[in-house]
Design a protein around this ligand. Sequence first.
Ligand code: HEM
Length: 146
Amino acid sequence: MSIVKINVLQVPEGRGEVLEQRFASRAGEVEKVDGFESFDLLRPTEGTDRYLVVTRWRDEDAFQSWLSSDAFGRGHAQSQADRTAEEGAGAGHPGGHGGSEGGHGGGGHPGGEAAQGGGHPGGGPAAVGSELWGFEIVTSATRASD
Ligand code: HEM
């Protein structure tokens, strides 16, 4: 049975649009990855202000391979480069701690000034924090065709 990995992103007010555009422009990156099944970027409307990146994979190995792949690095290169430039220190592979149980995705700098103050409207990561959740699918259903 497939597994589900959810990246939970903390996005300051006003940065959601930037985040959404970045995801839209990189969506194609993951589509051909072995073991990838689907992803949805979910915008919060009630009960939380965090965005969810809900991803579905064939198995844990497929997800871990993607995390350590160049494809993942490329897809996240923009925010990584911005962070390195702004802070003068590489924050490492975003999500690089994803394999450790309950580990954080390496969001880097919660409360980063650039991202919060709107001082750099375009640059820098839109997300100021992230957390990885993992699940096994227990039961599924989709609507039967008429
Ligand atoms: C569960 C799997 C995933 C993990 C662990 C993960 C990891 C992360 C982390 C830690 C961040 C916030 C830090 C940063 O800005 O780099 C982030 C942001 C982002 N991720 Fe992922 N990601 C996942 C899935 C995806 C997928 C499927 C895509 C789309 C193909 C994607 C594209 C992006 C984009 C565009 C950002 C926004 C960067 C920003 O402006 O803040 N991620 N991801």
